[in-house]
Write a protein that binds this ligand. Sequence first.
Ligand code: PMP
Length: 414
Amino acid sequence: MTTANQRRRRVYMDHAAASPVDGRVLEAMMPYFSDLYGNPSSLHNTGREPRKALEDAREKVAKLINAGRKEEVVFTSGGTEANNMAIKGAAIRARRKGMHVVTSTIEHISVLNIAKFLQKNGFEVTHVPVDRVGSVDIGELERAIRSDTTLVSVMYANNEIGTIQNIDEIAKILEGKDIVFHTDAVAAAGRIPIDLQNSRVDLMSMSSNDMYGPKGVGALFVRDGTSLEAVTQGGGQERGLRSGSENIPGVVGFGAAAEIATSEMDGDGERLTKLRDRLISGIESGVEDAILNGHRTMRLPQNANFRFRYVEGEAMLLNLDMAGVSVSSSSPCTSKSLLPSHVLLACGIPTEEAQSAVQFTLGRDNMDDDVDHIVDTLPGIIKKLREMSPFSAKNLEEMQSSAGHRDACDRHGN
Ligand code: PMP
C-alpha cells in the first residue's frame, strides 16, 4: 500500500544547481541538432539559417538586459567562461596601466579562483568584505580603489544567499574613473530586471541554465569601447573573444529562454516572491533557532537560505531527501568538498552555524503545496536531529550538569 507521502511528487528546490529546460526552449533547439546543422561561418546556403539563428538569439539576450547593441553580447560556454573572459581579459589588457583588481569575499568560486590565478601571475587583488547579510561594504570598496586599480568585479546577486548588491552605489564610486566594472549576474539575469543602457556596468556574465535554458551556454556583455585581451585563441568567432565553432542549438536555446524571461519575469518574480516569503515565514514560525541567511528584502525572488542551529546541513539534506525534498547544503559548485560555505563564513557566521545551512532555490515548477510539504516536514526532521546532536542547547546543558555532578562526586571521593 502506498502512503500519501510516497504518492506525492518530489519537491525540487535546488534550481540554482540545475533547472529543467523549458519545453518551449527545447522545441526551439531541436531543429538545430539535425536539419539545420550548418556552420554559421560557412558561406554556402547550409550556413545561412544557423547564422541567422545565432544573430536572432543574440538579439533576444541583448533585449533581456537592455543592451544598446546586440553585438555587445558574446556567447560563451557558461558563466565560468564569461567570468574568465571578463576578469582575465580586462586585467591583462590594462596591465601596463596597473595591476590591481578589486573584488568581494562572497564571489562565486569561479571568480575567486580567477583572482588566485591573477595573484599567481603578479597581480594584486583586494577582496572587499561584506556585512552579516552579504551586502558589500561600499565604504571599504571605495577605500580599496587605488591609482593602479584597473578592474572592479562584484557579483550582481549571490547565488547561495540571494543577496542583491547595490550595483548603482558601486557604479557611483567608479564614475569618472578609468576602471572597468564587471559583474557576475549569473544568479540575477532573467530573474530580476537589468537595464544596461542605464548602467555603468562594462562587463556582465550570464548563464543560460539559470533561466531554464540548456546547460553549457552563457554570455558576456561587453560594452562598446571596453577593451579585452582574448583568453581563447583560435578561428576568431565571437569578435575574436571566444574562438571555436558556435554551439548553435545551445545558443538558440539560450535565446529562447531569454525571450521567455523577458516576457514572463514580472509575473514569475511576483509569484516566486510570494512562495519564497511563505516558505521563510513558515520555517521561522515552525522551527526554533532557524535564522535566515542573506538580506531579507534585497533578495532574489527564488532564494531562501537558512541556518538551523545545532544540526548539520548534510544530515538535514539527507533526511529531507528521504522525505522527498531535493535541496542543497551549499553551492553545488563547492558542495562536494563538504566544507562550510565560504559565503557564510565571509558574512561572519561561525563555522558550526555555517555548517548547518540549507539552501532552497525555487523555480517555475514549484507550487504552494511544495512549500506546505517542507513547512510540515522540516520541524520533525530538525527535532529528531537535535535530539541526537551533542551540540543542541538541551544536550549541552545536560552534559554540563552531568560534568558538574561528576566533579562534585570526584571532590567527595565518590
Ligand atoms: N557565477 C555564479 C553566481 C553562479 O551561480 C554560477 C553557477 N550557476 C556560475 C558563475 C558558473 O556558471 P556556469 O556553471 O554556467 O559556468
